[in-house]
Design a protein around this ligand. Structure first.
Ligand SMILES: Cc1cc2nc3c(=O)[nH]c(=O)nc-3n(C[C@H](O)[C@H](O)[C@H](O)COP(=O)(O)OP(=O)(O)OC[C@H]3O[C@@H](n4cnc5c(N)ncnc54)[C@H](O)[C@@H]3O)c2cc1C
Ligand SMILES: *[C@@H]1O[C@H](CO)[C@@H](O)[C@H](O)[C@H]1NC(C)=O
Ligand SMILES: *[C@@H]1O[C@H](CO)[C@@H](O)[C@H](O)[C@H]1NC(C)=O
Length: 508
């Protein structure tokens, strides 16, 4: 008898192994790690993804990051003389905890925003100008806008409070399959509705005055997103939070975070353009089939392709931004989702400002305003004009006054002509320009693509339709990696949970 038991046990064991393999092959619910993961895009979203992938899936998995352009993506600098300046994403909010964590982890440092004053330009003069004195500002604001300013701060703060819950959820490993679910977890229906209506509607409902919207809120949203209060309420709040103090940037350039994360994750950077992602069934030894994603790409040394267990797309699938074809999927996946990205031209000018253009009659050496926002007005060719500091700020740096030749940054929708620059500047000796498809054109209510495009194919950038910023990309990276991890291991209880806020509070 014992003679027969052994083979039966062995057979059983083998059968288990085989069915185990099959389980892994068709739907990977066994606790074996994936072997190869591809990330497409090496901006802050893609590089943060690589970092979190290494953290969640361990040291063995091979991570390839494809980048068609330069590491950093929309985080990029330009040189004028010996100094570099941010051309894309530049300011970071003090409550952006993922960005803060990356900077600490990578041994980088933050440089604090050099304090400056803001003003609002209406095509003829500055209609609102901050003074050096807090009490003067306060009284001026009170006089013109009543308690709108104060209330705005409280309104923004109460919404940011809810937003901050996401960090706790992620700390506990919770993830969400769509932007709506994520928003619902943070602030319930109110939050979903906020992201589904315009900032103008939301603020008027909350009792803010139309005057305040026109004079202050629109100029700020023009500065941050090149759009008016027709943007959704959530991105509007993010935009208004940029008026808080304590804003910062990464010393030597924000893009350093991307190269740092890439290095830290020990991912391989493949400098190539991904042209297509194909869903493939492949026979394996046992006669079973395994499903994989084939990523085809074109680099300097020609075209090639590789197979992956998991693919994460970390670049917008809109317009001509990414040009990735999806094949073999049923239902099919489109390469361009509906919705457009806003063209923004960043122009750096090293020159002397013509303060008369702004209607300023005092001596320019006493003009210290560093951020000039603009009202919505067809006669103004730019959204904003700011005095900018280099990405590395030396000790005892003093920002020069407007009478000195220095670097100004303009955001506009179109390239600025020599004639237009000639109105704004008395003279200049260097101009740098960069055209972006910068962020979504927000026209709520939005249809946002899902984070999950297919079984093990994920997409990071739907988050941009809630708000586009470095922190949002990082937050989406963490979410998508957790989602990929839980789905791979069949941990449904960590996905799309309701009422986390109260549950986590009672767990503490
Ligand atoms: C002018 C401007 C000002 C901004 N200001 C701020 C700010 O002050 N603060 C802030 O937080 N945010 C700001 N933002 C927004 C912020 O920069 C972006 O939200 C963020 O950088 C997006 O990062 P990402 O990784 O998601 O996308 P991206 O940075 O766009 O990265 C995508 C990468 O994928 C690559 N890629 C695309 N297609 C392919 C392909 N087929 N194969 C391989 N690689 C591909 C691209 O080359 C790119 O490098 C600003 C943006 C702009 C343009
Ligand atoms: C978003 O707005 C649209 C149109 O106003 C509406 O049909 C939809 O129900 C809204 N969704 C949510 C979640 O509020
Ligand atoms: C400066 O701007 C004012 C007002 O727009 C204009 O009249 C003047 O000609 C400009 N000066 C120069 C030198 O361009």
């Amino acid at each position: 008898m014992s003679f027969r038991i052994l083979p039966v046990k062995t057979l059983l064991f083998l059968a288990l192994c085989l069915s185990g393999r099959r389980g892994l092959a068709s739907a990977p619910e066994l606790k074996e790690q994936p072997k190869k993961i591809a990330v497409i895009g090496a901006g802050i979203g893609g590089t943060a993804t690589a970092y979190y992938l290494r953290q969640e899936f361990g040291p063995e998995v091979k991570i390839d990051v494809f980048e068609a352009g330069t590491v950093g993506g929309r985080l990029a600098t330009e040189k004028i003389g010996s100094d570099e300046y941010e051309m894309g994403g530049s300011i970071i909010h003090p409550l952006n905890l993922h960005m803060k964590h990356f900077v600490d982890l990578l041994g980088l440092s933050a440089c604090k925003d050099v304090p400056g004053k803001m003003a609002v330009f209406d095509s003829e003069e500055l209609i609102f100008e901050e003074s050096d004195w807090f009490i003067v500002n306060f009284l001026r604001m009170l006089w013109r806008y009543g308690f709108n300013f104060l209330r705005m701060h409280m309104w923004v703060e109460s919404l940011l409070d809810k937003f901050m819950r996401i960090y706790q959820y992620q700390q506990y490993g919770y993830s969400f399959s769509s932007v709506e679910r994520l928003f619902h977890a943070m602030g319930g229906d109110d939050f979903v509705v906020l992201a589904n209506k315009t900032l103008g509607e939301a603020m008027l409902e909350a009792g803010f005055s139309q005057n305040f919207l026109n004079d202050i809120v629109i100029p700020v949203t023009r500065f941050n997103y090149g759009q008016s209060v027709r943007i959704n309420g959530f991105v509007g709040v993010i935009s208004l939070s940029a008026m808080d103090s304590g804003l910062w940037a990464v010393n030597n350039g924000n893009k350093r975070v991307c190269s740092g994360l890439l290095y830290h994750s020990r991912a391989e950077l493949i400098p190539a353009q991904v042209t297509s992602i194909t869903f493939k069934l492949r026979p394996i030894k046992s006669g079973e089939t395994v499903s994989l994603y084939e990523v085809s790409y074109t680099g300097e040394s020609g075209s090639a392709h590789s197979m992956y267990d998991i693919v994460i797309v970390a670049t917008p699938l809109h317009q001509e931004l990414s040009k990735i074809a999806f094949s073999g999927f049923s239902p099919p996946i489109v390469s361009h989702f509906p919705g457009h990205y806003k063209q923004i031209v960043t122009t750096l000018v090293h020159g002397v400002l013509n303060t008369s253009f702004l209607g300023v009659t005092n001596d320019p050496s006493g003009f210290w305003v560093s951020n000039i926002f603009t009202k919505e007005n067809k006669d103004i060719s730019f959204y904003s004009l700011s005095s900018v500091d280099p990405v590395h700020i030396p000790d005892n740096y003093v920002r020069p006054p407007a009478s000195a030749k220095k670097v100004w940054k303009l955001f506009s929708s179109q390239q600025l002509s020599e004639a237009q620059l000639g109105q704004i500047f008395l003279s200049w000796d260097a101009v740098r320009e960069r055209k972006w498809l910068a962020y979504p054109i927000y026209m709520p209510p939005h249809q946002r693509p899902p984070f999950l495009l297919h079984d093990r194919l994920y997409y990071l950038n739907p988050i941009e339709w809630a708000a586009s910023s470095m922190e949002m990309s990082a937050l989406s990276a963490r979410n998508v990696v957790l989602l990929a991890h839980h789905r791979w291991h069949g941990q449904e209880s960590k996905i799309d949970q309701e009422d986390l806020h109260t549950r986590l509070r009672s767990e503490l």
